[in-house]
Design a protein around this ligand. Structure first.
Ligand code: AGP
Length: 599
């Protein structure tokens, strides 16, 4: 989703801004722009497409200036084009702004400003900021921003410069903004990735903070214009972790990082057959767990439901965060809410969290990005420590989320005074090695991808704890290959989707050992009888599977509780290879954003 980067210091800003925007590319965008200030002159370039379409080094040779702001836009109000791309300027072209978020009362504000003769160029809600700040500006940029913010309903990560001022003013509400503190230079960004090239010292701004930034100092105020202080944090991961390290795509690298990611989520959390977590709730009052999330994280939540109910015997409800937030859910202080989010910035998940907190529900976060908004708002949390996930299609975060939910299920069981299954604990520790075995099948899976890359539809079928894996496999394929795919509980197929099956329909079955293996086998028979083309993920040497399947991807045997983690890997690889063989931009699929910060 939209990305923000800004620089103020002693170096030429233009090349720093371009590099920063490239670091933000993974968030997904459809247009971009850069503005550099040089001795009261404004240089502004923006347009539709990728940063490379907009940025040509020859245009930048003469651009001098040590203050600049830059933006990648993911269209919400108005088509992706040059006019709608950020930055936006006021009528006099003196005040330049970039904005992430949504101004809900923009139509009303635009009407008022137009009556006052402000001329709008774009269809965006963001341009309001440039004109509103212009209206209040009389030499004090921070003061004008503060007045403008008082009229805004909505969310913002806002960055403002004035051509005559050697400063950048920023403000935030429900849209992340981070300051990177360097030596005689300060960076502003919507996430840490572009800052990490220069410094690991960061300040996470809080809602309604307004910061005025100069090259070697900054001050932060609240909306009442009172000075406030924010802690400087040190980011622990380094720049190597956001490089491709020889892999063709970030997604492939991240798929291959899963054994290590699992080790990281487990590290220090199982000791002497006990699960160690710091989770803030009263076990004696716990009636129910409610998990909310979006997309892939919602799929891991569905797996979490199976695990928590089976292992800890506590009922679990799983809701899409976007549905939970508006449906007046009957949660109360005897429930525990878990929010699952890779980015920790997803707008709907954040809103669900706030809704739960307003009803005195304790919230536990399962989050990957350290310091993200959700991670700072929850009562307690389990960080995934999976490292930065750059590919838009989530992979290592998903399997790490499943493992975190399993740890949570074991932790609750332990808190209830019940003993933990030693075999399961042992199997958990041997899982990273088993993932390596599956990853070694990448070339074999690529051959299957070659056969099916021109298919226009796919069905993914699984049962029980592997039904959400089918959903996730279908989502991965849709996201990056643009092939229509549906995930279904295998038994539901006969209630409708079976009508789709013919010799052109590839059907991926999850048929690993477990309580429903025989049932899945019957469902495979049903597809075979109708001529569907069957790809089966299995850990069994089963003669029926061999007879019925066109292609088999053999995975190592594990316990049923852990099968979703193993079974997800071949589905990720299948989606990856199909998309790559089709020549698609795997890491930046069309229309998608890495972190969805609008509802
Ligand atoms: C995953 O492949 C997707 N790109 C998407 O569904 C994602 O999982 C969803 O937007 C939720 O994101 P979060 O985990 O960062 O909250």
């Amino acid at each position: 989703m939209c990305g923000i980067f800004g620089y103020i210091g002693e170096k030429e800003a233009a090349s720093i801004l371009v590099k920063g925007l490239k670091r933000l590319e993974y968030r997904g965008y459809d247009s971009a722009g850069i503005c550099v200030l040089n001795k009261n002159e404004v240089f502004l370039i923006k347009g539709k497409g990728s940063i490379n379409d907009i940025y040509h080094p020859e245009n930048f040779q003469d651009i001098k200036g040590t203050i600049g702001i830059a933006h990648t836009r993911w269209a919400t109000h108005g088509a992706p084009n040059e006019v709608n791309a950020h930055p936006h300027a006021d009528c006099k072209k003196e005040i330049i702004i970039i904005h992430n978020g949504i101004i809900e009362n923009y139509s009303a504000l635009r009407k008022i400003l137009e009556k006052e003769d402000h001329k709008f160029l774009s269809e965006t809600d963001s341009e309001i900021f440039a004109h509103l700040i212009e209206k209040f500006y009389s030499g004090n940029l921070e003061g004008a921003v503060s007045k403008a913010l008082k009229l805004i309903e909505g969310t913002f990560g806002l960055v403002v410069i004035h051509k005559n001022n050697e400063e950048i003013v920023v403000a935030k509400r429900s849209s992340p903004l981070i300051l990177g503190i360097g030596e005689n230079e300060i960076f502003i960004a919507s996430d840490a990735a572009p800052i990490m090239d220069y410094t690991n010292k960061v300040i996470y701004l809080e809602d309604d903070d307004i910061a005025t930034i100069k090259k070697s100092s900054y001050s932060i105020k609240n909306l009442k214009e009172e000075e406030i202080t924010r802690d400087v944090h040190e980011i622990k991961w380094n720049i190597d972790q956001i490089e491709k390290k020889g892999f063709k795509h970030f997604m492939l690298k991240e798929i291959f990082e899963q054994p290590e990611a699992l080790e990281n989520v487990l590290r220090g959390r199982i000791k002497e057959d006990l699960v160690k977590l710091t989770v803030d709730f009263d076990i004696n009052k716990l009636n129910r767990v409610v998990i909310t999330a979006c997309g892939t994280s919602w799929h891991s939540a569905l797996i979490g439901k199976h695990l928590i109910e089976k292992i800890s015997k506590i009922p679990v409800e799983v809701d899409y965060a976007s549905e939970f937030r508006y449906r007046n859910s009957l949660v109360n202080e005897n429930d525990l809410m878990i929010v699952v989010s890779q980015s920790g910035e997803t707008a709907d998940t954040l809103a669900a969290l706030k809704e739960a907190k307003s009803k005195n529900v304790k919230v536990l976060g399962i989050v990957n990005v350290v310091g993200s908004t959700i991670s700072r708002m929850v009562d307690s949390g389990i960080y995934l420590h999976a490292g930065p996930e750059i590919g838009v299609a989530s992979t290592k975060a998903f399997t790490s989320q499943v493992m975190a939910l399993l740890l949570f299920a074991l932790f609750i069981r332990q808190k209830k005074g019940l003993s933990l299954d030693k075999n399961l604990l042992e199997e958990i520790s041997s899982l990273p090695k088993k993932l390596i075995e599956v990853l070694n099948k990448s070339e074999e899976i690529k051959e299957i991808a070659e056969i099916f890359k021109s298919s226009t539809n796919f069905l993914y079928l699984g049962r029980g704890i592997n039904f959400p894996v089918a959903l996730e496999g279908a989502l991965k394929l849709k996201e990056i290959s643009y092939i229509h795919a549906e995930g279904y509980p295998a038994a539901e197929m006969k209630h409708g989707p079976i009508a789709l099956i013919d010799e052109n329909m590839p059907v991926v079955f999850l048929a690993t050992n477990g309580t429903v293996f025989e049932k899945v086998l019957s469902n495979i028979e049903e597809v075979r009888a109708r001529g569907g083309r069957i790809i089966t993920i299995t850990d069994r040497d089963d003669s029926n599977i061999k007879r019925l399947s066109d292609y088999i991807i053999k995975v190592p045997a594990t316990m049923e509780e852990l099968s979703p983690i193993i079974n997800s890997i071949p589905l990720q690889l299948l989606a990856y290879h199909i998309a790559d063989l089709k020549g698609l931009d795997v890491d930046r699929p069309r229309n998608l954003a890495k972190s969805v910060t609008v509802e």
